[in-house]
Every structure is written in C-alpha cells, then in structure tokens.
Design a protein around this ligand. Structure first.
Ligand code: ADP
Ligand code: MG
Length: 693
C-alpha cells in the first residue's frame, strides 16, 4: 500500500530541507498533501505575453523583458526612488519603487524579468509603480514562462518560483498517490475526472479551460467534504435528548398581550416555529433572521419565558455591554406588570464589580435567577446554571461556533436560538447552516418612517450640517458617526474628538451635544446614552460602538463621516439606528471613495434599505470569505469552492453527501473510510465544527 501523503513531511521533498520546511510551515504546509492542496489564488497568462508596445494604461498587466538600466533617483525632495527600465523588442517600461534602496541588490542589467502591476503613463512614458516582479534564470523558464503560471500566497523567504518548483517536483513524484475521496459512482454520475490530473491542472493548467475544469473538480470535493460534516452535525443534534418544554396556546396568547404593540404576522410565525421546536425533546438549533428593527428580541423573549414557565432557566448572550443592558432594560420594562412580573432577571458583564458577579454566579446556580442576560462574560467557567434549557445568541456573527457551543454546554442540550440582523443570503445559509432550521422575519412593524439616503463628498459637508441643523431645530435627534478602527485607533479618536469640539463651538453651537466612543468607561457611555434617550442631548457624536442594537426612536438623522471606510453590512447596521419611529428619517453619507469597491458599497447602500439585498451585494462585492469575518470558520476553510458562483456544484455535492450519509452514517463502508481520514487530516476544522454543533 502506498503511503498516505499527509504522513510524508514536506521536509523530505527534494529542494526543501529543514530550513525551508520551517518557512513553509508558516503557510500551513507540513506534508506533501498540504503542499499539493495549496492552491493558487490567481494565475498569470504568460503563454502569450503582451508586447510592451501594446500594453494598456490604467490596467493591471503582465509583461516580460530584460532589465536595461538600474538606477536611483531623488524624485521629490525627501522621497528616494529606485527605478529600473525593462524592455522587449517592441518598447520599454519604467518601474519605480519609493524608499526601498535595498532593491538595487536584486537587479542586474541583462536579467530576464516578469512584471505584474498597473500600467500608467507618467510624463509621457509607460510606468509601473511598485509592480510584483520575478527574476527568471534561463534554467527556470519552463515552469515560469511561456505558459499560464500559478500565483500562490507567499510568506517571508518563500518565492513564487520556489513554490512552483517544489509543487512541480511533488506532482511528479506523488500525483499518482493522491486519494480520491469522492466515491466512484458519484464521480461517474457527475462526470468528474481523475483527481490527480485535476490537481495537476489546478497548479499548471495548459489552457484556461483546463484550469476551470480543475477548479470545478476540486471545488466539488471541497463542497462534498464540507457538506458531509454539516450533515453529520445535523444528525448528531437530532439524536441528542434535550428538554421537552410544555408550551400551550393560551400561554403564547398571554405572552403576546404583554406588549404595548401588536406583534407582526412574521413575529407570530417565528414564535410558533420556535414553540414547535421547544416542545420536542430533541434540542432546537434555529437561526432567526430578520432585518434591523424587525423585532427579533420580542420573539426571543418568548422562548425565555417558556423556559421559565417550565421551571428552567434561559440565557441571552449579546456582543456588547450596551446591547446586553438594553435587552435587560427592555425585558424588565415589558414584563414589569402582568403575569410575568415575578420573573427574576440578571445582567452580567465582565466589568461589573467582583462582588456583584459572585452574587450572580451563586444566584444562577441556586436558581434564584430565571433569565440571565450578558456579554462574553457568560462564557466564564464560573457561570454555572441550575437548569439551563434555552439559549439565545444575539448578533451571532460576532461569536464563533465554539463560543456558541460553550454557552450551550452549560445546560444539558438546551434549545438554541441564534439571531442575526445581517441577513445571510440563501446560498450561504445552505453552505454553512445547512444544518440549521431557519425562521425569517420579513416585515417591519407597521408605521415606521421611510429612510432616505444620500451621498456627499467632503467638500459638501457644510451643506450636510445645515440639513442636520434644520432637522434638529424641528425636534429630531441626530447621530454623527465616525469610523474607529483598531489599526488607526488613536488617530481616528483624535479626529472624532476634534470634530466634536468644532461642532460644539461652531457648526452646532446652541444645540446640546454629547459624545461616546469605545475608550470611555462603560458607565459614562451609558449615562450619555441615557441622556440621549431622554432627549437631553440633541446630537450624539459617536464611533462605531453604536453598530448594533441601540434603539432611540426619536433619532431620525444620521451623518456617517468617512463612509467609504465602513463595510456594507456595517453601514446597514448603523443606518438601522434611525427610522425606528413613525417619522421619516434621513441618512447622509460623507465620503470620498477612491476604490471601485468603496464606490460600489456606497452605491448599494444609497440604493436600497433591504437588508437581504444588501447582503447579496456584499457577497458580490467582497466574496464569501470576508462575509462573516474571522469568526466564521466554515467559509474561510473553503479554499477553492465558491458558494456564490458555484451554487450548482454545491447543490450536487450536498445531494450526494446526503445520500451517502443516509446509507452509511458512520462512514464505515471501506470505500468511505478514506473520507473520514481525509477530513481528519486535511480539514480538521470541519470536525471541530461537527463536535461544536
Ligand atoms: P431587532 O430585530 O433589530 O433586534 P428589536 O427587537 O430591537 O429589533 O426591536 C426594535 C424596536 O421595535 C424595539 O423598540 C421594539 O420594542 C419594537 N417592536 C418590536 N416588535 C414590534 C411590533 N410588533 N410593533 C411595534 N414595535 C415593535
Ligand atoms: Mg437586535
């Protein structure tokens, strides 16, 4: 039997050795299997290189030629530039790098070089600013020139040329031993070619069609393995025994009467779906999707009250303290009178005094608290329940799979409701959450105002502030949002504070202003938010800590400064803070977008307020990998497959995976054991996912 490629250390491959092996480990490459499954993220067509005379300005292009001249220049007074001239038979192009004097070590006149970058015309000559480049010695031409070449992710000390070389070596030696995990009958049904050929073609395609076919073949494999895990996770839940709640219709009726408003049809439907699940002994795992402001909280509270009615406890976890305490306040307020007023509710955040926390821990354990609302603090080992039967995760994209699992593990298979205001396009739901039940609230409570959104350049900001003054003078409250990102936190904060001073003294003189930002004490933030809620403040200047949840119905104007710096769903979330009352609202984006992506984002947010459409745009603009941020393991683990553009493949793989598990749920059939092995070795994170379910 041939050796498993995931058991052969890459170190023993010709041309690697211990030093390079360490560097390769930074790319996650430890074995031959890892190396063969490191896929290019793009390709360069060097089969027919563009003659320099034909290159188009304004586009990213690949050219090849010889280095003619190497030199340093002082461009402006302080910037030192390094410049080379590259030429072929038809013309020449200048390449410029700033402040990288060490580059002169790399280049020698007469060398063969390949350049990749945006071509521009500068002072009447063709130029590339800081292009990617590769120097190609004559003996390496076969892998690096005259063909479609793969471009891989790199790490320090590992070059494209080097990776191409060792991958080529590995393919020659080991391609025949790559295991085909997709059983042969499935391969036959979908006309999937030999895996080895396709792995070869994904690295070194002869034609574009080759590459696309190989991509589809590997994507199928990826979807297939991923779906097997998703389906197994689902099965593991189905067979667990949880808490069978008794929820009678009159109880639900009584519950609905508690609110000063009538629940929407969509809210009622979601409540029924949850009740059906909660009555069953098998644990619920349900995703509640609905746009900002549609009223998910009221739906989640029903589950909490049902748990309490059944003598158990409930927990709600929210991503920020403000949001947790808002839920807490709402819960107290809604149920201050009526049949639920005896419910004992607690609030737990990490910044509370230790003594207070200790009391809460004890009360939870001794069941002196029925419902606990909190932040990540709920995940602490010290949090222990007497009998937890219902768990709510609010804004689930802020939490990881394992965090969700950790909270659930504090009960004995409790029912779990995860909520998101960033709707997830159907395609992704299927990929990632094929294992979840889904409830959708597709309607807003009646009588909400309309939100209009407009975009302005920074130059036009004075006009924007004039509009704010008019609205606020008429009795509305306003938010002015500043970006504050980790990388440039100090600068951002300074900019926001300076603007605030300026607003107080000039733009909004005579109005009552307040400011909140992430560096402030929670109690200060809360005080100011409270003043804003009570309309003791007219204009609130804030950084993105407002992103989720805050609810002030009289605030109907929002200015978002530097809107080009926000992500699309972030903008949507922010805008969701206004238009929560009956009056119309206005959102003014001040932005100077410089990239196509930023322009597309702003266009999308101006065009629609429909969260589902925005989610689709976001997916198109940014691709699925970014969609969930770093917390969502699943999607980022797809290396080649793209659930948006390859939906048909995904559906086929899903169907086949389902059939296979139906026949052999423990993957014991000798033809299926390889599936288990490969998942364990190549995608161990998929298994975590199953366990975490
Ligand atoms: P989200 O779904 O964004 O979390 P919330 O649950 O915070 O929304 O609800 C937004 C606001 O709408 C809250 O003030 C809530 O009390 C109110 N609300 C919820 N349901 C209704 C309804 N059926 N009619 C009127 N207002 C409602
Ligand atoms: Mg909410």
């Amino acid at each position: 039997m041939s050796q498993d490629l995931s058991d052969i250390p890459v170190q023993f491959l010709k041309g690697v050795g211990p030093t390079k092996a360490k560097l390769l480990a930074n790319l996650g490459i430890h074995t031959i299997d890892d190396l063969l499954y490191l896929f290019p993220y793009r390709y360069e067509d060097r089969s027919q290189l563009m003659p320099i005379a034909m290159v188009k300005a304004g586009e990213k292009q690949t050219v090849a030629g010889q280095v003619f001249k190497v030199g340093k220049r002082n461009f402006y007074s302080r910037t030192r530039a390094f410049e080379i001239v590259v030429g072929d038979k038809t013309g020449r192009i200048f390449c410029v790098w700033f402040n990288q004097p060490y580059l002169d070590k790399y280049f020698k006149e007469g060398q063969e070089i390949v350049l990749y970058g945006r071509v521009e015309v500068f002072k009447n000559r063709l130029q590339m600013l800081m292009p990617d480049f590769e120097l190609i010695p004559p003996e390496d031409r076969t892998l690096n020139m005259g063909r479609i070449v793969p471009v891989y992710p790199l790490t320090r000390g590992v070059t494209q040329r080097y990776l191409r070389k060792i991958i080529d070596t590995a393919l020659r030696l080991y391609a025949g031993q790559i295991k085909d995990v997709v059983p042969w009958d499935i391969r036959r049904r979908h006309q999937l070619g030999d895996i080895a050929d396709n792995i070869e073609h994904i690295h070194f395609p002869r034609t574009e069609q080759d590459q696309q076919k190989a991509n589809g073949r590997v994507a199928f494999e990826e979807f297939f393995l991923f779906q097997i895990c998703v389906i197994l996770r689902r099965l593991s839940i189905v067979h667990k025994k949880g808490f069978a709640h008794q929820i009678e219709a009159p109880f639900i009726g009584q519950y609905k009467k508690n609110f000063p408003f009538v629940l929407t049809v969509a809210q009622c439907r979601a409540i029924e779906e949850i009740a059906v699940d909660m009555r069953k002994a098998r644990p619920m795992l349900r995703l509640l999707q609905g746009d900002v402001g549609c009223g998910k909280t009221v739906v989640a509270f029903l589950g909490c009250m049902a748990a309490v009615k059944n003598g158990a406890q409930a927990a709600i976890m929210a991503p920020t303290e403000i949001l947790a305490s808002q839920h807490y306040v709402n819960l107290k307020r809604f149920f201050a009178q009526g049949p639920f007023k005896e419910t004992r509710v607690g609030l737990l955040t990490s910044r509370m005094p230790k003594k207070h926390k200790d009391t809460l821990y004890r009360q939870l354990k001794e069941k002196e608290i029925d419902i606990i609302i909190g932040t990540h603090a709920l995940l602490q080992a010290t949090v222990d329940f007497a009998n937890l039967s219902f768990v709510v995760i609010d804004e689930q994209h802020k939490f990881g799979v394992s965090q969700r699992a950790l909270l659930s593990s504090k009960g004995s298979n409790p029912d779990v409701l995860i909520m998101t205001a960033t709707p997830i396009p159907r395609t992704l739901c299927l990929t990632l959450y094929g294992d979840l039940d889904i409830s959708i609230i597709d309607q807003l409570p009646p009588g909400r105002g309309k939100i209009s959104t407009y975009q302005f350049s920074t130059e036009k900001a004075p006009g924007v502030y004039e509009r704010v003054r008019q609205w606020v003078a008429a009795g509305t409250q306003a938010y002015i949002i500043y970006p504050l990102v980790e990388e440039s936190e100090k600068l951002d904060l300074k900019a926001a504070k300076e603007s605030f001073e300026h607003f107080v003294q000039f733009e909004f003189k005579g109005f009552r202003l307040g400011m909140v930002h992430g560096q402030m004490d929670r109690s200060d933030v809360e005080n100011i938010m409270q003043e804003f809620k009570q309309h003791d403040i007219d204009i609130l200047v804030a950084t993105t800590i407002l992103e989720v949840g805050i609810d002030v119905p009289n605030a109907n104007v929002m200015v978002i400064e530097h809107a080009e710096r926000f992500g699309l769903s972030q903008l949507h979330q922010l805008r969701g803070r206004i238009g929560r009352g009956p009056k119309d609202a206005i959102c003014l984006l001040v932005a100077d977008p410089s990239t196509e992506e930023a322009k597309a984002r702003l266009e999308a947010i101006v065009k629609t307020t429909d969260g589902f459409k925005i989610a689709e745009y976001d997916l198109q603009i940014r691709g699925p990998g970014h969609y969930f941020g770093r917390y969502q393991h699943g999607l980022n683990e797809l290396r080649v497959a793209n659930p948006v553009t390859q939906l048909d493949l995904l559906e086929k793989a899903r169907f086949e995976a389902g059939n296979l598990i139906k026949e052999d749920s423990s993957l014991q059939n000798p033809a299926h054991t390889v599936i288990k092995q490969v998942i364990k070795k190549r995608y161990p994170q998929y298994l975590d996912m199953v366990l975490a379910g």
